[in-house]
Design a protein around this ligand. Structure first.
Ligand code: HEC
Length: 108
């Protein structure tokens, strides 16, 4: 567990930094990360600087981002619809777009 976390920590930190400084993005991946840590991290592993996750069997956001079927638009649709097994989340369209952009930034 520690080894894997260390690997992710070093590998993805650079990636997130690169995404954060990319110019001209309407959605804000940095804000999306904050929202993900706030709203999603109780169940999903959403970030390499998150230490614990309760629903370890759920797909992490890294898994979701690398799924060949993943798209930001698909995720926006998914989050706009109430997700039965998720707590009642009231996210605005802008917040959803930020989260989708953040997850998408984890894919490379
Ligand atoms: C209370 C726990 C919980 C929280 C909080 C939660 N999720 Fe989930 N999420 C789940 C469960 C459980 C599933 C699996 C649902 C299923 O398989 O039917 C899931 C599935 C998903 C999937 C589909 C993954 C796949 O590959 O099928 C996505 C995308 C997702 N969640 C995104 C999010 C996002 C974004 C947030 C925060 C805004 C979030 N989740 C917060 C429990 C949660």
């Amino acid at each position: 567990m520690t080894g894997w976390n260390t690997l992710k920590r070093t590998g993805f930190a650079a990636l997130i930094t690169a995404a954060a400084v990319s110019p001209g993005l309407a959605a804000n991946a940095g804000h999306g990360k904050e929202l993900a840590l706030q709203w999603c991290s109780t169940c999903h592993l959403v970030s390499n600087d998150q230490d614990t996750v309760s629903g370890a069997s759920l797909p992490s956001f890294f898994d979701i981002a690398r799924d060949p079927g993943f798209s930001e638009d698909g995720l926006k649709t998914f989050l706009a619809d109430p997700h039965p097994k998720m707590p009642n989340m009231t996210l605005s369209n802008g917040e959803i777009a930020d989260i989708a952009r953040y997850i998408s930034s984890l894919a490379e």
